[in-house]
Design a protein around this ligand. Structure first.
Ligand SMILES: NC(=O)C1=CN([C@@H]2O[C@H](COP(=O)(O)OP(=O)(O)OC[C@H]3O[C@@H](n4cnc5c(N)ncnc54)[C@H](O)[C@@H]3O)[C@@H](O)[C@H]2O)C=CC1
Ligand SMILES: O=Cc1ccc(S(=O)(=O)O)cc1
Length: 476
């Protein structure tokens, strides 16, 4: 079986130990991934430290042009990268519809776009105060070495969200992909790394112990992490000891509220993908749906028709809309939450009974008859299951939306966008979409409130997060 390698200090490097990466659609091992030793973590950080001053002082136009070359390299290697995403993460290669929206090709295309957009952005010096006596400017400086820890749900796209703004702002990067989806990310970095000076972009691989060794390393100046709230809290504790700035994109439990008067047919497709994008394995998927009683049955019927119509299977086969759950840990979590709901008397409208066989396939599942407090409502399922809760009073729906610790995204659906936006303003979440869900955009800041994290990614605000401000204050 092929052993993949890390990219460190401009070279491909293996490790004494390795582990298997498994195809979630077949259960078969697809390659071996190096388990980076603590010494290799230290070497990657040292390489990034050595490369950073020259990278930061390089003319901005050159860094910008290089970012453009990275975007082109992603495009040139799109087929290879998309196949790795499908084999390793599970999302269908093509997906459905003209835009092939939820598939691996979409993820690679998003990598390209999320490289081009930060490349196009600038952080000019801001004059924040000036009078006859003084002039005060804020200059943006890179942090130095950025440690990036990525998850398994969008293994290439989220890595790109972490890498590109960091590089654009003059930092160097050491990235650790998830142990569940390392190969695709290592292949991506192999492609990109060759276009950059040695040490500017490096990887280490392994599980949480390698992530901990990286984030604890004293040579790290900034940490950016996407993953669970539990791990985010551990990283925040590590960062607190050394006062290292962090960006944390953590789990969510996004509520979606359907207001009275909404046309169920008109919103069904948007709501469906809002909940089931990437088999629900998306931080900002709708994870609990609150529907006004007057529409409850109609909305459930529309969603059920869509759920039953979506072909699910090995994403390397054409025409698949849905793939497997990425790993057994997540699959078992989904099973446990649905069984808990069933045992509590909930109605399983569709799905809920996985077929035996290879692969982590779990059917798209809608569950009704639940109330706040049920585990499936209160805990992040991060999988292909949607609890649908009926409500009678919009005030109750708002209170339900706000009662949990998570605060990543939310959505409000209604016939009157202004009225829906007024409800949206009362939801405690980093982003509240109106008549759409999960509609992220590379120019629009994205991040959580409450226990869903701190800091934002994307756009000028996200780029600023990869810098620290320095005030130059001149007496006149
Ligand atoms: N917000 C998101 O995008 C994601 C959320 N999740 C949620 O997290 C749950 C658990 O999934 P996991 O893959 O176990 O997530 P996790 O948060 O443990 O892992 C994410 C990344 O952090 C690394 N990591 C783990 N422990 C670390 C430590 N102490 N220091 C530094 N890095 C560390 C992992 O190796 C991986 O690269 C899921 O059930 C899901 O609810 C999972 C993946 C993505
Ligand atoms: O459109 C794709 C999309 C939306 C959100 C996310 S996440 O919330 O960052 O996981 C990923 C992909």
């Amino acid at each position: 079986m092929h052993t993949f390698q890390n990219y460190s200090n401009g070279r491909l490097v293996g490790s004494a130990r390795s582990f298997e990466s498994v195809n979630p659609a077949t259960g078969e091992a697809i390659g071996l991934v190096p388990h980076s030793s603590p010494e290799q973590v230290a070497e990657a950080v040292a390489a990034a430290r050595a490369a950073q001053p020259a990278w930061a002082t390089r003319p901005d136009a050159e860094r910008k042009a290089l970012m453009g070359q990275l975007a082109q390299a992603i495009k040139d290697n799109a087929g290879m990268l998309a196949e790795w995403i499908t084999r390793e993460q599970g999302k269908p290669l093509g997906g459905v519809g003209e835009g092939q929206v939820p598939g691996a090709h979409f993820e690679v295309w998003a990598c390209e776009v999320w490289t081009q957009v930060p490349a196009s952005l600038d952080l000019p010096v801001e004059v924040v105060f000036e009078d006859a006596t003084r002039r005060d400017e804020v200059h943006r400086k890179p942090h130095g070495v950025v440690a990036a820890i990525a998850p398994w749900n969008w293994p290439l796209m989220i890595a790109i969200w972490q890498i590109i703004p960091a590089l654009r702002a003059g930092n160097t990067v050491v990235l650790k992909p998830s142990e569940y989806t390392s190969i695709g990310t290592l292949e991506l970095v192999r492609v990109l790394g060759g276009l950059l000076p040695p040490g500017v972009l490096n990887t280490v691989s392994g599980a949480g112990d390698v992530g901990a060794a990286l984030t604890e390393h004293p040579g790290v100046d900034k940490i950016t992490f996407t993953g669970s709230t539990a791990t985010g809290a551990r990283i925040a504790a590590t960062a607190a000891r050394s006062v290292t700035p962090t960006t944390l994109e953590l789990g969510g439990n996004d509520p979606a509220i359907v207001l009275p008067g909404t046309d169920p047919k008109a919103i069904a497709m948007g709501l469906f993908w809002g909940a089931f994008l990437n088999m629900g394995q998306t931080c900002a998927c709708a994870k609990r749906l609150y529907v006004h009683s007057s529409l409850h049955d109609a909305v459930v019927a529309e969603l059920k028709a869509l759920a039953l119509a979506m072909p699910m299977g090995d994403g390397m086969q054409p025409g698949m809309a849905m793939g497997p759950v990425q790993n057994r840990m997540q699959y078992d979590k989904v099973v446990a939450l649905v069984e808990d709901a069933r045992a509590g008397g909930a109605t399983i409208v569709c799905g809920g009974n996985p077929e035996p066989g290879p692969g982590n396939f779990y059917p798209l599942t809608l569950v009704t008859g639940l109330a706040d407090g049920a585990r499936l409502v209160d805990e992040e399922q991060f999988g292909p299951v949607l609890p649908i809760v009926r409500y009678d009073d919009v005030e109750d729906a708002i209170a339900s939306a706000n009662r949990l610790g998570a605060g990543l995204g939310a959505s409000v659906w209604g016939p009157d966008a202004a009225q829906a936006a007024a409800v949206a303003a009362r939801i405690q979440a980093g982003t509240v979409w109106v008549n759409q869900h999960g509609a992220i955009h590379p120019m629009v800041p994205f991040g959580g409130t409450k226990r869903s994290g701190w800091g934002v990614e994307f756009g000028v605000e996200g780029l600023k997060g990869m810098t620290r401000g320095q005030v130059i204050s001149v007496k006149k």
